[in-house]
Design a binder for this molecule. Structure first.
Ligand code: QV4
Ligand code: CA
Length: 511
């Protein structure tokens, strides 16, 4: 009986580290700035049929309307209230999205902005996405309500009231991040108000939360809010399920605040992952893919069961946040597909795929002066995500999650889930291969010459369709065919000038 209680207790507390995806689904896609009506449709027509586990959505709560620059994407990180009312849609549309996605086994994770309200320079009035009045100068947010008592003004010890040094853990938590009015999360009233907002979302049916700017909140204050949360809605989740939590903490080393200080609350974003993988795939600083043999904890990353990983995110794909120039994005499509393919094939972490929109970049001295540009819109109204005949998206939505190579690697990850990292091979340079037990195998050629090798795949003998160059369609392959002999070996030939210089096979794409 004691063992059972221990396992139950452990299982119980593990829950906030589990994304609660449906059996056989493993990855999250960030549908950045999408409208709720479009996400609901995408769950039914694309994400469920292609095995996506869940969607991270942009902050659904009322935010300030910024007109200079015109409606930047980042206005959504300046809360005015917790009314579900933004450019992505209203509460009815949000509820409909969560219900329809859950009904096809696709979870919804909400980007929750708990650390602050709007910028101290946002003035007063009703320029907010639901028309609520606020006054930043007097810290007055009657639609919550919050007043001066609920902010950290008196607590911050820096001269400017803003964060002046990331070496000072008190400033980082108690002062303003880029002028954003910092909430006093040590107050029970603020903790209860935030918990009430998250509990409304839990009641609607969301599966968990991306917690924004966690470095700027004390881990204990975050825990105090999480301890007030209800279990997930039993309409879609087993009784006793706790919300999945992944905390945005940018820890590239060199600061007193570290990711591990937040492990007690849930998973943490591992920003070293995308920064390092970008450097390796770009072959900068002498990095080589053959060094990826011990990828994961071997590279100094946090434990895999605490990590949320990604190649790029909404910040660093446009020069915000962390990661720098090495970050690969959809703008670097060929290398990007290799990086995302590697991430989805490797067992480390819970994986998140970025889905972006195009904007007109304008580099001046290496910085994109248009990094603020918001989603495709008609005079501020976000455009619909249209779907073209070839299944790509229109209206400047990039839809990386629909790219064959990425969609098929999400399926690859589902097929190999639980299988060990195995059969590593490399040529000492940038040609590498590895398997996942007896379920899948992937080969990369990132050298400036062709790859031609017979490798041990670990797979059962037979003919497999390469899911990078094509699909398995009926009883044939639309792309490259790979024949694995009864001893598990297969010959691979990959030109360094191939459109996508990597091949992936798995037992779900076997003729
Ligand atoms: C400006 C000045 C301030 C001044 C203020 C006066 O810079 O010095 O005090 O005006 O109001 C926007 C503007 C910024 C402006 C600020 C307040 O870009 O110039 O300050 O608003 O008006 C996003 C953007 C920010 C944006 C913010 C709020 O990246 O540029 O600021 O939204 O709109 C750190 C954190 C990490 C954070 C990362 C970006 O540790 O947590 O920086 N990442 C998350 C989100 C990110 C978001 C925030 C946090 C804030 O992923 O998207 O910032 O919620 O590394
Ligand atoms: Ca803070």
């Amino acid at each position: 009986m004691k063992i059972f209680l221990l396992l139950f207790a452990l299982g119980f507390c593990w829950a906030q580290y589990s994304p609660h995806t449906q059996q056989g689904r493993t990855s999250i896609v960030h549908l950045f700035e999408w409208r709720w009506v479009d996400i609901a449709k995408e769950c039914e027509r694309y994400l469920a049929p292609n095995g996506y586990g869940g969607v991270q959505v942009s902050p659904p709560n009322e935010n300030v309307v910024v007109t200079n620059p015109f409606r930047p994407w980042w206005e959504r990180y300046q809360p005015i209230s917790y009314k579900i009312c933004t450019r992505s849609g209203n509460e009815d549309e949000f509820r409909d999205m969560v219900t329809r996605c859950n009904n096809v086994g696709v979870r919804i994770y909400v980007d929750a902005v708990m650390n602050h309200m709007c910028g101290d320079g946002q003035g007063a009035g009703t320029h907010s996405t639901c028309g609520s009045y606020f006054n930043a100068q007097t810290r007055d947010f009657p639609a919550v309500p919050y007043s001066g008592w609920d902010f950290n003004d008196g607590k911050c010890k820096s001269g400017s009231g803003g964060i002046e040094s990331y070496q000072d853990i008190y400033q980082v938590r108690d002062c303003r991040l880029t002028g954003l009015l910092d909430l006093a999360l040590e107050k029970d009233y603020v903790r209860s108000t935030l918990a009430a907002y998250l509990n409304r979302l839990i009641d609607i049916g969301v599966a968990g939360f991306r917690l924004d700017a966690c470095k700027h909140m004390w881990p204990g204050d975050i825990k105090a809010v999480l301890d007030k949360l209800n279990n997930l809605n039993t309409k879609w989740f087993p009784s006793g399920s706790k919300p999945f939590i992944y905390q945005e903490v940018i820890d590239l080393g060199g600061e007193p605040i570290t990711s591990s200080q937040y492990f007690g609350n849930g998973r943490v974003t591992e920003f070293k992952y995308g920064a390092k993988l970008g450097t390796v795939i770009r072959r900068w600083n002498g990095e080589k893919m053959s060094y990826l043999k011990n990828w994961g904890e071997g590279w100094g990353f946090m434990p895999s069961d605490r990590a949320l990983v990604f190649v790029d995110n909404h910040d660093n794909q446009r020069g915000h946040g962390a990661g720098g120039a090495s970050i690969l994005t959809f703008w670097d499509a060929r290398l990007y597909k290799m990086a995302v393919g590697f991430m989805l094939a490797h067992p480390y972490g819970v994986t998140r795929v970025m889905s972006s929109y195009r904007w007109s970049r304008n580099f001046v001295n290496g910085k994109d002066t248009n990094d603020w540009i918001g989603p495709p819109n008609n005079n501020g109204v976000t455009k619909e995500v249209t779907i073209n005949a070839d299944t790509t998206c229109g209206n400047d939505w990039v839809c990386e999650h629909r790219w064959r190579q990425i969609r098929n690697m999400v399926i690859f990850r589902n097929v190999v889930d639980g299988q060990p990292f195995s059969n590593w091979w490399d040529n000492g340079s940038n040609q590498v291969a590895f398997g996942r037990g007896n379920k899948g195998f992937i080969v990369f050629n990132n050298d400036d010459w062709s790859l031609s090798s017979t490798l041990q795949t670990g797979l059962p003998g037979g003919t497999y369709c390469d899911v990078i160059s094509g699909d398995k369609s009926g009883n044939s392959c639309t792309g490259i065919k790979v024949s694995v002999s009864s001893d598990g070996k297969a010959y691979f030939s990959i030109s360094n000038s191939a459109e996508d210089p990597f091949i992936a096979i798995h037992v779900g794409a076997k003729l």
